[in-house]
Design a protein around this ligand. Structure first.
Ligand code: ADP
Ligand code: ASP
Ligand code: MG
Length: 407
């Protein structure tokens, strides 16, 4: 008998029919003799709807009330799935974060899981009942509700799998596994049998939303066996592993993209000690994360400073930057929302300089201008114009030999 954590995403629980299908999947695992803990997301589209309500009333900052509203979608599906399981003759009950409790830090809408006492869930399992846990939500020590960032139900599932010492954590979604690129944008994307934690972490951090990056980080840290598969069709899915045999010729294992970011350029920033600390300190105090920071050449004691941040943070960031402009004395704040970031990732690219060259050459051949570049040991990312994104993705996918060979 194995202990399994099964997580079902938004499209998998999008309506009562899908919930009934999910209940059948859970029943099959329970009937195979496994101990099962289930984690659910909100129905597809619900969290976005809830975000639009809170933003309409409070666009300029994120407050604990945002978390109260956003977390409500998962309450509905946890109750409904428990009912669907009961209807199939199984013992089941729902759990909200405060009932376990899933203890987190206090940062609204970006809370980190600190601790999960397991006694409640262990008791439930001992009674032969299936706990259905509302994903995405947590609770502070002071008793306030929190949420774990968009896509956070993946993290709830992995954290529970770690706390309960589960044999495996299965993430059920609407694609058959992890692909070499988002299969919705790159039709020739290939499904991977395995991918390493490190690669998946980079892909997820750079926009591959099939897993929340934090969930991969946790799985790597606690050695949770992680599998991504579809709740819509039967297939083996993709297993996230520690080490992978390097297949000859595959230096790159995947390409991620994001169009959720905007480029900010601060023009004419004076050359003075502490300026960067001032600007980025102020953004991070307000939980705004800046990335790909590039400082231009100095001219007459001034230079331009460019970086990217989430478009959804712009409404909060712009007033802060306008304030900084007055205090520091730079000339202008220029925003470009029409950008995309593309990242190529692979453990095979360690100490291989060809990857960046192929990336730059391929984009040049398509006359695509690179606006920003950053890299890590196993990743190279570029910012380009949004209108070139699809062409760039397909060209790079082919250039790195990732295309699925069609029969
Ligand atoms: P869920 O609601 O089940 O959590 P998500 O929408 O968060 O599902 O994640 C699944 C989606 O991730 C897929 O529909 C797909 O479009 C997208 N995706 C992005 N990159 C990849 C990738 N490399 N492999 C698979 N799916 C990807
Ligand atoms: N419902 C939340 C979201 O849409 C959490 C999740 O689906 O994982 O981000
Ligand atoms: Mg998701």
């Amino acid at each position: 008998m194995a202990r399994l954590v099964l997580k079902f995403g938004g499209t998998s629980v999008a309506n009562v029919m899908r919930l009934e299908h999910v209940a059948e999947i859970v029943k099959k695992e329970a009937e195979a003799g496994h101990q099962v803990v289930v984690v659910v997301s909100a129905m597809a589209g619900i969290t976005n709807e809830l975000v639009s309500y809170v933003n309409a009333l409070c666009p300029s900052k994120v407050t604990p009330e945002h978390d109260v509203v956003l977390s409500s979608g998962e309450q509905v599906t946890s109750g409904l799935l428990a009912l669907a399981l009961q209807r199939l003759g199984l013992k089941s009950r729902s759990y909200l974060s405060w009932q376990i409790p899933i203890l987190t830090s206090t940062s609204s809408s970006q809370a980190k899981i600190l601790e999960i006492p397991t006694n409640q869930l262990e008791c439930c399992l001992k009674e032969g009942s299936i706990p259905v846990v509302a994903g995405f939500q947590g609770m502070t020590k002071e008793g306030r509700l929190t949420t774990l960032g968009r896509g956070g139900s993946d993290t709830t599932a992995v954290a529970l799998a770690a706390a309960l010492k589960a044999d495996r954590c299965d993430i059920y979604t609407d694609v058959n596994g992890i692909y070499t690129a988002d299969p919705r944008l790159v039709p020739r994307a290939k499904k991977l049998k395995t991918i390493t934690y490190a690669e998946m972490f980079e892909l997820a951090s750079q926009g591959a939303k099939v897993l929340q990056a934090r969930s991969v980080e946790l799985a790597m840290k606690h050695k949770v066996k992680l599998r991504v598969l579809s709740s819509f069709s039967e297939s083996e899915g993709t297993t996230v592993v520690e080490e992978r045999d390097k297949v000859e010729g595959t230096l790159v294992s995947g390409i991620a993209h994001t169009q959720n970011e905007a480029k900010v350029t601060l023009m004419g920033v004076p050359d003075q000690v502490g300026i960067a600390a001032n600007i980025f300190g102020c953004l991070s105090e307000n939980q705004i994360c800046a990335d790909m920071i590039v400082q231009g050449c100095m001219q007459d004691g001034k230079s331009d400073l460019a970086f990217i941040l989430q478009k959804s943070d712009l409404d909060r960031a712009v007033p802060l930057l306008e304030d900084a402009k007055k205090k520091i004395g730079f000339t202008d704040v220029v925003i470009d929302k029409e950008i995309a970031k593309i990242s190529v990732v692979g453990i095979g690219m360690r100490s291989n300089l060809e990857i960046a060259t192929t990336l730059f050459k391929t984009l040049a051949e398509k006359s695509i201008n690179i606006q920003m570049i950053s890299s890590s040991e196993i990743r190279v990312s570029v910012v380009i114009s949004l209108k070139s994104m699809s062409v760039a993705l397909e060209a790079l996918h082919a250039a790195f030999n990732l295309d699925e060979k069609k029969a």
